[in-house]
Design a protein around this ligand. Structure first.
Ligand SMILES: Nc1nc2c(ncn2[C@@H]2O[C@H](COP(=O)(O)OP(=O)(O)OP(=O)(O)O)[C@@H](O)[C@H]2O)c(=O)[nH]1
Ligand SMILES: [Mg+2]
Length: 231
């Protein structure tokens, strides 16, 4: 099996759409999901690099596994639901600490998912969304509870927590995304922006010594999603 050169990990509360985002990107569809048990990964070839993308369980009972999945990560995608303010608070309270095991150069992306459901968000109708409103059985729109500025403020808190200087890391505006796994809005942009950014981190990790990525040949994640999405 190909050995991954670098690792990206999705973290966030249950139900925010981590599995759906990954399936939208890797399989170009929005299937029904079941709450993830343990974790699962996909392998993505990007240029000449193999990047593993790990989906984790948001459920409290699997919380202890999070720091294991983050070990050596080149990037972490901290995911929340724009229509559910508590999911952003959970990132700070429960998930940020799990990233202590990530690479010292780890990049952080903050992703507000389910914008298709919010009153101000892009509607359904293809990869880049469509007209707002969406008739014909579309779910009723919800008041958006988290604004982009809230995500930017959280990004700045992360820099403080990691004791990083703003000028040494990508700007908050570059690392905060609003997505819809349902319509595909910004999903390619999110993953492909990160892939391009992790390549220098991978090169840096290589220069520092043996990779800290999980050896897929010998690792056994505790369980896979029932969608069986491991590549
Ligand atoms: N409308 C809408 N629904 C979404 C979106 N993303 C996910 N969902 C729905 O939200 C529910 C949870 O999605 P999952 O992808 O399973 O969430 P998760 O973050 O992986 O949850 P855990 O595995 O429990 O941590 C499912 O019913 C999805 O269909 C989105 O962008 N828009
Ligand atoms: Mg999941």
């Amino acid at each position: 099996m190909r050995r991954p050169d670098g690792k990206i990990v999705l973290l966030g509360d249950m139900n925010v759409g981590k599995t759906s985002l990954l399936q939208r990107y890797m399989e170009r569809r929005f299937p029904d999901t079941v709450s993830t048990v343990g974790g699962a990964f996909y392998l993505k070839q990007w240029r000449s690099y193999n990047i593993s993308i790990w989906d984790t369980a948001g459920r409290e009972q699997f919380h202890g596994l999070g720091s294991m999945y983050c070990r050596g990560a080149a990037a972490v995608i901290l995911t929340y639901d724009v229509n559910h303010a508590q999911s952003l608070l959970e990132l700070e309270d429960r998930f940020l600490g799990l990233t202590d095991t990530a690479s010292a150069d780890c990049l952080f992306a903050i992703v507000g998912n389910k914008v298709d459901l919010s009153e101000e968000g892009p509607g359904e109708g293809g990869q880049e969304g469509g007209p707002a409103g969406g008739g014909g059985g579309a779910a009723p729109r919800l008041p958006k509870q988290v604004q982009p500025e809230d995500a930017v403020a959280f990004y700045k808190k992360i820099l403080k927590y990691k004791m990083l200087d703003e000028k040494d890391v990508p700007a908050a505006e570059q690392m905060c995304f609003e997505t819809s796994a349902k319509t595909g809005h910004n999903v390619d942009l999110l993953f492909e922006t990160l892939f391009d950014m992790v390549v220098p981190v991978i090169l840096q990790q290589r220069a520092q010594g043996p990779p800290q990525t999980v050896d897929i040949a010998s690792s056994r994640p505790p369980a896979r999603t029932s969608s069986g999405c491991c590549a």
